[in-house]
Unconditional design. Structure first.
Length: 216
């Protein structure tokens, strides 16, 4: 202001910076003012200028996105099959956030990431998808085709309270079994026997085609 426009209202426009942080549906902030002047009547002794409160509507939401990269979420025993999916955060965290993959049990192997199966995100890496790769354990049991559910947990602690209560979807995949219960009979020597005890004997072997859960 100067001697010509001192009594003209000056309009101040306030806008919000579009960041990637979830600060809640809305939050309040304050616009403060200070006065500097070479005019002695304004340079000293001037009462403080009132602040203006502004309510900001946030457009970010904390969350975790999972994307399966294969056409079918399934693996087959004994065929070196893998199924992969990516994990990323939906907003920038205020601190470090860890997505922990639950133990898959005895039928699935987590090829990546390495044990303890943690995916770690920061304010710089939150939007970078990290890949989880799974394969089937090739055992000898007849289990039939199974549906496996892989769960996830967000570990943030005090570093980011927003992500502390975020839930993550499960990943469901089918494990196709390659074992079948049966008997395998193989001839080991000859196919004919004689009543003459000195003649060679015929022999064959019997084995199971799959490992039983009890005595057969």
């Amino acid at each position: 202001f100067d001697e010509n426009n001192w009594d003209v209202n000056a309009s101040v426009t306030v806008f919000s910076l579009n960041d990637d942080v979830d600060r809640g549906d809305q939050y309040d902030t304050t616009v403060a003012h200070s006065v500097t002047s070479s005019a002695p009547e304004y340079a000293s002794g001037l009462p403080s200028v009132s602040s203006v409160s502004v309510r900001v509507l946030d457009n970010d939401a904390a969350g975790v996105t999972l994307i399966v990269l294969t056409a079918e979420a399934s693996v087959r025993e004994g065929e070196n099959d893998t199924v992969s999916y990516t994990v990323s955060l939906d907003s920038s965290p205020l601190g470090s956030v860890t997505v922990a993959i639950c133990s898959p049990g005895d039928d699935i192997v987590i090829e990546a990431p390495a044990s303890p199966y943690h995916l770690i995100y920061t304010s710089e890496t939150w939007s970078n998808p990290q890949t989880v790769s799974l394969s089937a354990v090739d055992d000898y049991y007849v289990e039939g085709d199974e549906t496996i559910t892989l769960c996830h947990t967000v570990l943030s602690g005090a570093s980011d309270s927003v992500y502390e209560d975020v839930s993550v979807d499960n990943v469901t995949l089918v494990v196709y079994d390659n074992d079948n219960a049966g008997l395998q009979v193989e001839r080991t020597t000859g196919s004919r026997v004689s009543e003459d005890p000195s003649s060679p004997m015929a022999a064959y072997s019997v084995s199971l085609t799959a490992q039983p859960l009890d005595t057969v």
